[in-house]
Ligand binder design. Sequence first.
Ligand code: OAK
Length: 813
Amino acid sequence: MDSIIKPDLSGFENTIRDYVRYVLGKPMTDATSTDLFNGVSSAVRKLLMDIRIETEQRYDRRDVKRMHYISMEFLTGPLLANNLLNMGIQEDVRAILKNMGLDLDILMACEPDPSLGNGGLGRLAACFLDSLASLDMPGFGYGINYDYGLFKQSIMGGYQREKPDYWPSRSSPWLIARSGEKCMVPVYGRIVDTEDIEGGYNPMWSEWKLVVGRPHDIPVVGYGGHTANRLRLFSAWASEDFDIQIFNEGDYFRAVERKISSENISKILYPSDSQEAGRELRLVQEYFLVACAVQDIIRIYLKQHDDFNQFSKKVAIQLNDTHPALTVAELMRSLVDVHGLEWDNAWDITTQTLAYTNHTLLPEALEKWPLAIVEKVIPRHLQIIYEINRRFLETLTVNYPDDPQRLHRMSIIEEGDEKQVRMAHLAIVGSHSVNGVAKIHSHLVKTGLVPDFYDLWPEKFNNKTNGVTPRRWLLSANPGLARLITESIGDKWIVDLDTLKALESLGRDPAFLEKFSMIKRENKVRLARLIKKTAYIDVDPDSIFDIHAKRIHEYKRQFLNVMHIIHGYFMIQEEGVIPTAPRTYIFSGKAAPGYFLAKLLIRLIHGVADVVNKDPLVSQWIKVAFIPDYKVSLAEIIIPGADVSEQISTAGMEASGTGNMKFAINGAVTMGTMDGANIEIAEAVGPDNIYIFGHDVEEIQAMRGAYDPGKILAQSPHIQRVLNAVNSPLFCGWENDLFFPLFDAVVNHGDYYMNLADFQSYVDAQVRLSGDYVDKKKWAQMTLLNTARTGIFSSDRTIREYAGEVWGLERQI
Ligand code: OAK
């Protein structure tokens, strides 16, 4: 590793003082903690800018290839701690502040989470940006500067309540407004000349309204402080020219209304995770992002080139799921309509530049846009999509002359009562690479999701197993463990996580194991304090901390977990069977505001918690807690405090998971199904260091159609007891039949997520786990091996794979 370049901190204190005095207009004595957080951040930002400018000059001088990661979500989490650690100055800054009578930890706690993402896909994008900068690679993010991020969750009477999350999108110290580089985005309007594109006509897209994209940059500094890339987020503004035109017509209110409606585009992040939003405004958002990004990318490219001959050699674009799939049409439009390239040339450039990552197999999350909406919002793009499809189907006719059914299946346009654009097909046709995010998932993309495309272009398909950044998820989130690791094996792990392997042999050293276990205990104490503060529940740090933290979704099977808790309750209550070890079941996660069953599940968790925690006997062995408002900053406390990581999705449904990796790296033992990256975690840690249960993908597939939960129910008095309790007043009190819909989905509607099929095997695995936990030495060794053997789940490894196999991106040290 190249040594850390520490920036010069001589002016640091003065910058803070100047900020408070000259930006905020206050004497230091009046500054609040938030003022001081902003002051410190602006001093850090100054250092970041020096690195950022040097980095850009280095890239320009070398005319490097750049990769642009286009994503509707970037879930960065708080940035101060991470920036300080990556620049290697956290302790120096702590000392400077201490000298000023300030406490860095208190100031860091003032930073709001920029929650510009829902979950997995958005957090992955943030980890990737950290890895790109840490690997000194020219990789940049493009996203939307939402005024409102993901809603804030509170719990009232056991129910989820949503409140808007108005984060300082216009005043965050990390955002640098780039007013000189705005993008003009035409939207709506109509086509007035529909002549054939090949005829050399430039069809007239007229009467569009113009929206302005204003870039705001967040610098992303890599570990070591050598490289700072940027995440560029666009805010939507009304075009002043256009408003003035209406204004001059005398219609002042219409001019203002139009301004407001344009600015709605970047107002709010859609809160549905793995579910299609299907609203016009969402399509406008997707297009707005893509149009701004493409314009910006081309502008940057043309600063150093006169034509497009080098474009795909200098530019790579990664589409984070299908949300930015309109890039295919927008890049074509730009190259053909704006820059005058021939269609075939433009198409070669487009496909050689673009690559697409799929993040879900769930049918309800696969984007399809009705033609009517696409035509209304972006009529010219629809024409281009038709033309792409026409040519694509033509080649298919050559490849599969007697197979019209196949053409139907593969067409970018889905026929039917309501014709729709299949965004995944558009992304696949327009890209040179298509990847899934874990081995099993990539296999299922090829064989289950789009087998026809795999048959046509097998070489396009590849796997890139996800990863997480060790800087945020170990160095920053778990300082105790990070320190112990560095003391024991040096600090190379921070940039080469595979070196954690060296910890394996220390498992034979009782003193080391003792230290390792003590750190987990301290992290559990820290988590217990959080639980007390947010859920008002006392929990015992010596009990097993069993954690299920992720979005609430039927396929993630929080219900199965709750069934197991209820089962444990009855075993103690009715059968006097005491568990081997006391356990605290900890849940955290948001439900999409419109997802009825997921929200009801949150209510059930609280109902069960109420009964269990109040029961004088049972509560000695089982406690249940729900931590509200799961977000990055809370995950950084929750994950290091876990003994057990619940990763129990129905096999075949979780594309990869990344929480599973964060838990394992922090020494939690996984209780999981053979799904997503759990399979690779099992491979890495070995069968003795993970609890695998339930049906695997093949078994689930074989069962579909013939699966009868009623049969399992009839044969299991335990399951009957659990489900009858769910459907009884026990957990809902006076709110009669409250949980019937959850009961009904499992008992009367086929149990689509197969909770019952996996129940017994889950219970058995949990019993085994409790038995192992009480063997302190064995447990400590297991957890150590989880940390030692999960180095491959660093996002540095993932980014190296993308860089080498998809992007052709090189280190620029
Ligand atoms: C969200 C909206 C639409 C499509 C996919 C998602 C999403 O967040 N998918 C998640 O992506 C993560 C990163 O690849 C995976 O680890 C999760 O398994 C997957 O659900």
